[in-house]
Design a protein around this ligand. Structure first.
Ligand SMILES: C[S@@+](CC[C@H](N)C(=O)[O-])C[C@H]1O[C@@H](n2cnc3c(N)ncnc32)[C@H](O)[C@@H]1O
Length: 265
């Protein structure tokens, strides 16, 4: 299968990603970039770029030519490459970045550290490819509380399938989802002047179905849990989530909090 064909087969999932997490990406990327502090003439790396929301925000500041991006998912890489044809977008994991030491002024990872196979190695690689005194910055959702959509979803899952939800709740399972854990990771890989804090964003939904649609497709850990339920449980979960969100009939908005860490290489 050619890369273009691969990207085509993933188009629905990519669209769903846009409706699921991608709708949060532009404002979250802007907040992360602000927290890290980025100069216009920088060369930057987006690690775990997905379809390229953060890479696109970076390109608006430094120009596509000064952006590199990696993701282990070929379909995501194809979408990101199509979006930013002048950027250097490659299939790679954080743990083995295909770049020389000191190649970048800053490296970012948005909603990725908690998915890395080996976060110490992955963030260590981000430090390696950033020049001395350059920035390494990342953020992860506050799965335990402030990411309203996912928290309401898992709380509803506990109502409907308590034993299963207790096992798969991202609020319990996700690592590096507190500022303390992120800070400790940044210090473990010897990043200096580590700062951490919160990033808050708000997104709009057309209606409840707009929010619900990605879950039964199996996208992400929350979607995988939804897809594993039988149709009756899925419907009960849908109803429980709607109730928790106040049974919205039309457009509504939700807030989401992420934690960030930034340090100097
Ligand atoms: C929640 S998505 C975030 C995508 C994008 N950064 C964004 O903000 O929309 C998580 C991404 O991490 C990628 N990922 C998973 N394991 C990874 C690893 N070891 N190194 C780099 N990226 C990884 C996934 O392929 C996926 O694109």
């Amino acid at each position: 299968m050619t890369e273009a064909e691969g990207a085509a087969t993933f188009r629905n999932a990519t669209d769903m990603y846009g409706r699921f997490i991608g709708r949060y990406t532009p404002s979250l990327a802007a907040a992360l970039i602000r927290a890290a502090g980025l100069e216009a003439d920088s060369r930057v790396l987006d690690v775990g770029c997905g379809p390229g929301g953060l890479a696109g925000a970076l390109a608006e500041i430094v120009g596509q030519e000064n952006v590199a991006a990696v993701d282990p998912s070929q379909p995501f890489v194809s979408v990101c490459r199509a979006r930013l044809p002048l950027a250097d977008v490659r299939v790679a994991a954080a743990e083995e970045l295909p770049f020389e030491d000191d190649s970048f002024d800053a490296a970012f990872a948005q909603l990725v550290v908690n998915f890395m196979t080996d976060p110490v190695r992955g963030v260590g690689e981000m430090k390696r490819v950033v020049r001395p005194a350059g920035k390494v910055a990342a953020c992860t959702w506050d799965y335990r509380e402030g990411m309203t959509m996912l928290r309401a979803y898992w709380d509803s899952a506990h109502d409907v399938a308590p034993a299963e939800a207790a096992e798969f709740d991202e609020g319990k399972n996700m690592r590096y989802a507190t500022p303390e854990e992120l800070t400790a990771l940044w210090e473990t890989v010897d990043l200096a002047e580590v700062a951490s804090g919160e990033l808050s964003v708000t997104v709009q939904y057309e209606d409840f179905d707009d929010l619900w649609a990605p879950f039964p497709t199996g996208l992400g850990p929350a979607g995988a849990f939804c897809a594993s339920l039988d149709p009756e449980q899925q419907e009960a979960l849908r109803a429980a989530l709607s109730r928790r969100l106040g049974d919205p009939k039309g457009p509504f908005e939700l807030s989401a909090r992420a934690w960030y860490a930034v340090g100097s290489a």
